[in-house]
Write a protein that binds this ligand. Structure first.
Ligand SMILES: [Zn+2]
Ligand SMILES: [Zn+2]
Length: 275
């Protein structure tokens, strides 16, 4: 394989890797790790969808089951040791900020080995009373709530970066969009939190599917000097080497003048309880 075309050599680290424990990814743990080694990564971070303790009995099947947390964490702790001469493995979670259930869930996660969390807000409020971020909206109130929740998440101090911060499918006025994105950037800057450039969530740089929203988002982020970290959001091992998606995202980052890094400050989630 041509080294130049291997994504690990280009981005070094990926902090956004899923596993089948959240019921919508494929590939074994070792397949992901060995693919990452083959593709030239020095660091592979597993950030599967975090368990969430919903106290009303609601159960989600897009995430690690609460009772599977220990197996997830301990399996990767053992693999981290086993592969330590080949690659740096990190144990993380992609975790929404659902204020009502956040603290109890974090307590549970912190009972087992964990290196970092990324903030991936797929729903506003939560996934049974709230709105799904994939649903198209032109409503500023929805945009405002989404940004407010990301800000509150950042303020917990536990998140290493905001995953796909451009996820909300907002298609309204871009001036209004930028106003709210500025609020988010100001808070991210204050807390030294970076943003992910999730290569799966950035549509075409130009042409029919030109991703106007992401242009606006990352332009404002660059103005604020918020560091950007590429992420594969891998749901299968081959996704760790999707060079075409990366090159598309890179074009946008170059165009807006984003400050790209691959070593964000990893925040220890345990610190939340030591405040
Ligand atoms: Zn996500
Ligand atoms: Zn993800």
């Amino acid at each position: 394989m041509d080294n130049k075309k291997m994504l690990g050599h280009m981005i070094g680290a990926n902090y956004h890797t899923h596993t089948p424990r959240s019921f919508h990814a494929s590939g074994t743990d070792r397949e992901y790790i060995e693919a990452a080694i083959r593709f030239g990564y020095h660091t592979i971070g597993f950030a599967d969808h975090s368990p969430y303790i919903f106290t009303n009995g609601y159960e989600s099947f897009d995430r690690i089951l609460v009772e599977a947390t220990q197996e997830y964490a301990e399996t990767f702790a053992a693999l981290k040791e086993e592969y330590k001469n080949d690659i740096r493995i990190l144990i993380g979670y992609e975790m929404e900020y659902y204020p009502e259930f956040f603290e109890e869930t974090l307590k549970h996660i912190c009972k087992f080995p964990v290196d970092y969390l990324i903030l991936g807000q797929h729903f506003i409020e939560n996934e049974y009373t709230g709105k799904c971020c994939y649903d198209y909206t032109e409503d500023e109130a929805v945009l405002k709530q989404f940004i407010d929740e990301l800000i509150a998440g950042i303020q917990t101090g536990v998140y290493t970066y905001v995953a796909h911060p451009n996820i909300l499918n907002y298609g309204g006025d871009m001036g209004i969009y930028e106003t709210h994105v500025r609020r988010l950037c100001a808070e991210a800057k204050k807390h030294n939190v970076s943003f992910e450039a999730d290569i799966r969530y950035i549509d075409d740089f130009e042409g029919e599917h030109r991703d106007i929203r992401s242009h606006h988002f990352y332009k404002v982020a660059a103005e604020f000097g918020i560091p950007v970290v590429f992420g594969c959001d891998a749901h299968n091992p081959a996704a760790l080497n999707d060079v075409a998606l990366y090159e598309n995202a890179l074009r946008l980052m170059d165009y807006v003048g984003a400050k790209v890094i691959n070593d964000p400050i990893l925040r220890d989630p345990h610190l939340y309880f030591q405040k």
